[in-house]
Design a binder for this molecule. Structure first.
Ligand SMILES: CC(C)(COP(=O)(O)OP(=O)(O)OC[C@H]1O[C@@H](n2cnc3c(N)ncnc32)[C@H](O)[C@@H]1OP(=O)(O)O)[C@@H](O)C(=O)NCCC(=O)NCCS
Length: 154
């Protein structure tokens, strides 16, 4: 658990109420909810003053992960919450034994490189990722695919 500010914490998603709050944030940000219920990897939230104000999740597809649903409540953007979430999701993916992490983004391809992600061609995505709702059409073809190696040699 990481303390954020006076009463804020970064931790795994809690109860269903938090799940609903995170879904609301994602919807408000225009991010897809398709496949959200099937996320089987780390799902982290930042809770401030009892409110879910951000989230990030990793889907597991064999040795590859798909980072998705990265969101911060609009009034709190620009204060490092998103970076905290992405850094923690990367560490959680590594701790879960994943070799590499992918993502699709339409809005933040200039942001993810600061965490080490680099663009990758769609045809170079691992076949296993094809099971993800994002790859099955929830994200448009125009979304940029990006990759981060989590282990040496990956
Ligand atoms: C993208 C998002 C998660 C960033 O969260 P955040 O808490 O504002 O990010 P941080 O405060 O950690 O980082 C702020 C820095 O990132 C930059 N940044 C934030 N969003 C960016 C974006 N979409 N593209 C490029 N740079 C971005 C800011 O300009 C700022 O730069 P600086 O450090 O040079 O001043 C947040 O803007 C958001 O929820 N957006 C809507 C949903 C979304 O697009 N999710 C990502 C796609 S999956």
């Amino acid at each position: 658990m990481t303390v954020v500010g006076v009463d804020g914490v970064l931790r795994p998603l809690g109860d269903e109420t938090e799940g609903l709050a995170l879904r609301r944030l994602l919807a408000e940000a225009g991010l897809t909810l398709e496949g959200f219920d099937a996320i089987d990897g780390p799902l982290l939230v930042v809770v401030l003053g009892g409110e879910v104000v951000g989230g990030a999740a990793v889907e597991r597809w064999g040795a590859a992960g798909l980072l998705r649903s990265v969101v911060v409540a609009e009034p709190l953007r620009g204060r490092g919450v998103g970076s905290l979430l992405v850094g923690a999701a990367i560490e959680a993916a590594r701790a879960a034994g994943l070799d590499e992490l992918y993502l699709l983004t339409e809005t933040a391809d200039d942001w993810f490189p600061r965490f080490g992600f680099a663009p990758v061609a769609r045809e170079d995505l691992p076949a296993a990722l094809g099971g993800s709702a994002e790859l099955r059409g929830a994200c448009p073809e125009s979304a940029m695919a990006m990759r981060l190696a989590l282990t040496r040699g990956a």
